[in-house]
Design a protein around this ligand. Structure first.
Ligand SMILES: *Cc1c(COP(=O)(O)O)cnc(C)c1O
Length: 372
């Protein structure tokens, strides 16, 4: 796509990079007739992705939202339960809790990492709390140790929403293996994609088996057409897994490129009055979307509009969850000063793996003009 005003390529926020074995593997599915929710690509992707995360089990599902849904159900989350979710996240984190009939309880985020603030999590624990769902936002891991300590002290489950953070590390450990269970998304703009898709990772065999039961219509693995529970059809197809396996073959490169893009941005933006993403001493940030916050008092939406005129696509940060109509009634009277502030000032810049240094310089210059 080209911008009408500049004639340049419209620089998208995130686009997939599908130039490896994707076509070959998809063609193989079509040739062999293995196009539905089982097959060798499903098995290989589950096995290899779990190994990448350092977990014993990986269960593929149709998308990252379904991954959260079945992971929560497998933990036994249901009506009357509360799950603590960061106030700054994508809506799916909260919605998956609501699908279970449970209540998402929001906690504010940390000003530097933008991930859930463990001290605020501690304040929001009640006798109904069943689990904590840290989100590794925009590719930066949440501060897991204090969260795991709280979970241990209060006998809570920890479910990592790692949809935006494939390959990110917390104290040299990859995300996806730190709580009871973790979930990933393979949506088209995520670090690796299957078009639509997701994965649940866990070291707990029992949990993995429950997730498998739930995603496969609840069918008894030993007795065809016997359904001991009400399950869901959340299967990832072999065709999607074929794309996923080809993507996974270059996961190290996909992650490295995002880190290189971040490095270039940091250099190019250093003289501008914007805050840039942090990388805590204990973190490996995979910079899913390279993001900035405009200074207090600047008009964020004006900045985004001006960039769009220059052929640069951007996104605003997520709106805080407590402001969303389905959650406002129960949460709108509470204070979330950090997520409210970040949500109003944050912009996601173009962050694709194939973004060139020249494009980054162009984006930085456009920002310099708008902010001067
Ligand atoms: C993308 C995303 C999801 C949902 O994944 P889908 O594959 O789009 O269903 C969940 N949580 C977070 C934090 C996400 O970014």
């Amino acid at each position: 796509m080209r911008s009408e005003s500049t004639g340049r390529r419209l620089i998208p926020v995130a686009e997939p990079f599908l130039t490896g074995n994707e076509k070959n593997y998809v063609f193989d599915c079509l040739e062999s007739g293995w196009i539905s929710g089982s097959g060798k690509y499903v098995e290989m992707l589950e096995e290899q992705f779990a190994a990448f995360c350092g977990t014993a089990h990986g269960v593929s599902v149709v998308n990252g939202t379904a991954a959260l849904h079945v992971a929560l159900l497998a933990l036994g989350v249901g009506p009357g339960d509360e799950v603590i979710v960061p106030d700054l996240t994508y809506i799916a984190s909260a919605n998956a809790v609501a699908y279970c009939g449970a209540r998402p309880v929001f906690a504010d985020v940390d000003r530097s990492t933008w991930t859930v603030n463990p001290e605020d999590v501690a304040r929001r624990i009640t006798s109904r709390t069943k689990a904590i769902m840290p989100v590794h936002l925009y590719g930066h891991p949440a501060d897991m140790d204090p969260i795991l300590d709280l979970a241990r002290a209060h006998e809570l489950f920890v479910i990592e929403d790692a949809a935006q953070a494939h390959g990110a590390e917390y104290k040299s450990r990859r995300v996806g293996a730190m709580g009871e269970v973790a979930t990933f998304s393979f949506y088209g703009n995520k670090i690796m994609t299957t078009g639509e898709g997701g994965m649940v990772t866990t070291n707990d065999l029992d949990l993995a088996q429950r997730v498998r039961l739930l995603k496969g219509q609840g069918v008894d693995p030993a007795r065809r057409y016997w359904f001991p529970i009400i399950g869901y059809n959340y299967r990832l197809t072999n065709i999607q897994a074929a794309i996923g396996l080809a993507q996974f073959e270059k996961i190290d490169w996909l992650v490295e490129r995002r880190r290189e893009v971040a490095m270039q941005y940091r250099k190019a933006l250093q003289d501008l009055p914007v805050s840039t993403p942090c990388e805590a001493a204990w973190a490996k940030n995979v910079y899913w979307l390279y993001s900035i916050c405009v200074p207090k008092g600047s008009d964020r939406d004006f900045v985004m509009n001006e960039l769009m005129k220059q052929g640069i696509e951007t996104r605003p940060f997520f709106y805080p969850m407590h402001q969303m109509p389905p959650y406002y009634k129960e949460n709108g009277n509470q204070d979330f000063p950090v997520s409210t502030d970040l949500g109003a000032r944050g912009i996601n810049l173009p962050s694709s793996a194939n973004l060139s240094d020249e494009e980054i310089a162009y984006i930085a210059n456009a920002l310099r003009q708008v902010l001067s």
